[in-house]
Write a protein that binds this ligand. Structure first.
Ligand code: ZN
Length: 160
């Protein structure tokens, strides 16, 4: 499958500045990155967004988006899977993993993800359990190839 990494479009003006988001087959990186090469350096976030790409492929993009906005439990489930995959990228760095899980657990309980989790601890437990499953599976999914456009703004990722 081909996934496009693109700068945030003009119509996403209502979203907070630093937010990445995915509408399959596109991953949009924040304007704080000057180009796609800089965005590609954040491989852990790319891994997170690639999980959303495959979730949207399974559920169909628009029903995924609708459920994501209307259902707290669906939003939580989708984010826990993506965050665990993000943490898996550098899972041997315990300090980084703990800080990342802590930050996301706060956001999942708070406004960041519109109170998807019922408590911070609940979010932490779910992410930790999902990460443990990934560590047991032991599969690192990397994009097979990447190609950056001539203006450096868009990257094409080939993924399984
Ligand atoms: Zn996400």
């Amino acid at each position: 499958m081909i996934v496009l990494l693109k700068p945030r479009p003009w119509w996403a003006f209502f979203m907070p500045q630093g937010v990445w988001f995915t509408i399959s087959p596109c991953i949009y990186y924040p304007r704080t990155f000057t180009n796609a090469v800089a965005a590609l350096n954040r491989i852990e976030i790319i891994q997170h967004e690639l999980v959303h790409v495959s979730q949207q492929q399974c559920h169909s993009r628009f029903s995924w988006l609708a459920k994501y906005f209307y259902s707290r439990s669906f939003r939580l489930q989708m984010e826990v899977a993506a965050i665990a995959r993000e943490c898996y990228q550098f899972h041997e760095d315990t300090k980084w993993v703990n800080a990342t899980i802590d930050g996301y657990a706060d956001a999942l309980y708070g406004w960041g993800y519109f109170h998807a989790a019922s408590s911070k601890q609940n979010a932490k437990d779910l992410i930790t359990a999902a990460l443990k499953r990934l560590i047991m599976e032991n599969t690192m999914r990397m994009p097979l190839g990447t190609h950056v456009s001539a203006d450096n703004k868009t990257a094409t990722l080939e993924v399984l």
